[in-house]
Design a protein around this ligand. Structure first.
Ligand code: ATP
Length: 464
């Protein structure tokens, strides 16, 4: 196998600063500051052509793993605005608050629960040492008005999580789908929280997307299902999104973190440059949600088990992941700068590469004619059109081939196909298939290409 150069890793995801990721995301069209022509809006971001492709790929894998790969999980897409009673029943009106403290000197606002315990004990601002105010409880739900009259009665909330849409539709799904407990309902959608501190790029924003699944089980079986879902969800991060195992861990909620109704809760945490932070919550929620909605709507929400004719309020195991936060995890984890020694002019040769799993990479295959003339461009286009049936492709005919490879490395394209004179002249039209991670190249007949890429994706393991 031919190989371009030997790589020494300079900086990986963990060592990469957030500025580098933000800059790459902007430069290559993953994520832009929102309404930038007007100076932007604090902590709001738009997903560009590559960003939306990455986000859609993550969402599609999640959906596939939930809905297609499980007989007993069905999908749902509930409205963002729900009856205000939903949020009384769920406890959000009363309890969905963060303790807010302000610095009297520099006016910076903090979430008290995220401050260093020493700073709280001293009541000193970590930014400037100024005095901090007493904490005030601040509700994170955004309100708006439904209808033309803005009175108290028209207030509705933008949902702060997608889960409640699932609970209020439990009965509808049972009555209209052929599901029996244990079964799950999965949903992906926008959620809104008026976060006090939005920082770290798309990690914490006021408008974001969640991928949530509520799994309804018979009381008494919840511990078993909790373990099953913990295993399945971690496996998804390792094997479907290709996140490095050393950057993932479980964090079990302690007594002080656990909601009063919850039996157990684990977070899947990712190791960011700014520390370990939650990526997904896996919660054993008892019958709290369905019981509360039953109480507030005035009719118990229960389930008649056809197996033994018993009637009960199901228990819930919830898996609640951030979609937009997953985009950040994929980008950070994939990022690497490599020292490739010297280039042909004697300059330091640094390669920036995103080791994105082929499942999530915005472009799977780039097709590159070595030169434009002598019919190579047309032949390359023809090969690209053929691959388009199965893969997200990109055709690029301009610039030195090495530079074109690097442009693809930087956006995480796992495979490049190069078309040269041998392709045109050889009987079986051999092409060069180049692998992003290893920079190795193999020469194979055109007819083997689509199947070879399929196999490479199936067997993909990340190489430094
Ligand atoms: P945190 O402690 O980080 O505020 P949380 O415990 O409030 O998170 P959950 O309510 O469990 O989060 O939400 C489930 C998932 O939704 C989180 O694991 C995270 O991936 C995502 N999420 C929550 N809030 C935000 C936000 N403001 N911006 C982006 N993603 C978010």
């Amino acid at each position: 196998m031919a190989k371009e150069k030997k790589a020494n890793v300079l900086s990986n995801a963990y060592g990469a600063s957030m500025e580098k990721i933000v800059s790459l995301a902007k430069r290559r069209g993953f994520v832009y500051p929102s309404s930038e022509i007007y100076g932007g809006l604090a902590a709001t971001w738009d997903y560009g052509p590559l960003g939306v492709a990455l986000k859609n790929n993550i969402q599609n894998i999640w959906w596939r793993e939930m809905i297609r790969m499980n007989d007993n999980i069905v999908g749902l897409d509930a409205a963002i605005m729900m009856h205000p009673k939903t949020w009384e029943a769920s406890g959000h009106v009363e309890n969905f608050t963060d303790p807010l403290v302000d610095c009297k000197k520099c006016k910076t606002r903090f979430r008290e629960d995220k401050l260093d315990p020493q700073a709280i004990a001293d009541k000193k601002c970590p930014e400037c040492g100024g005095e901090l105010t007493e904490p005030r409880q601040f509700n994170l739900m955004f309100t708006t008005h439904l209808g033309p009259v803005q009175d108290h009665g028209s207030v509705v909330y933008l949902r702060p999580e997608t889960a409640q849409g699932i609970f209020v539709n439990f009965k509808n799904v049972v009555d209209t789908s052929r599901v029996n407990i244990p079964f799950g309902i999965a949903q992906v959608g926008k959620a809104f929280r008026n976060e006090i501190t939005t920082k770290n790029f798309i990690f914490r924003t006021c408008e974001f997307e969640q991928m949530e699944m509520q799994f309804f089980v018979k009381p008494g079986t919840e511990d078993e299902w909790f373990e099953t879902w913990k295993t399945k969800r971690m496996d998804y991060y390792y094997n479907k999104l290709g996140i490095l195992p050393e950057n993932l861990r479980f964090h079990q909620h302690g007594e002080d973190e656990l909601a009063h109704y919850a039996k157990d809760a684990y977070d899947v945490e990712y190791q960011y440059p700014f520390g370990w932070e939650e990526q997904e919550g896996i919660h054993s929620r008892t019958d709290f949600d369905l019981s509360r909605h039953g109480e507030f709507c005035g009719k118990e929400i229960n389930y008649l088990d056809p197996q033994d004719n018993s009637r009960y309020i199901p228990y819930v195991i919830e898996t609640s992941a951030g979609l937009t936060r997953s985009v950040l995890v994929c980008l950070m984890d994939a990022y690497e700068e490599q020292d490739l020694g010297e280039d042909s002019r004697g300059n330091k040769d640094i390669r920036t590469v995103l080791h994105l799993h082929p499942n999530v990479a915005p472009i799977t295959v780039a097709v590159l004619p070595l030169v434009k003339k002598d019919g190579l461009a047309e032949l390359a286009k023809d090969i690209e059109m053929e691959l388009r049936e199965d893969y997200e492709t990109f055709y690029d005919k301009s610039g030195a081939i090495g530079r074109r490879y690097r442009r693809m490395d930087e956006i995480g394209t796992p495979f490049c196909v190069t078309i040269d004179y041998d392709t045109k002249e050889s009987k079986d039209q051999t092409i060069t298939l180049r692998f992003r991670d290893s920079m190795e190249q193999v020469r194979i007949p055109r007819s083997d290409l689509a199947a070879r890429i399929k196999l490479e994706i199936k067997n993909y393991t990340r190489q430094a």
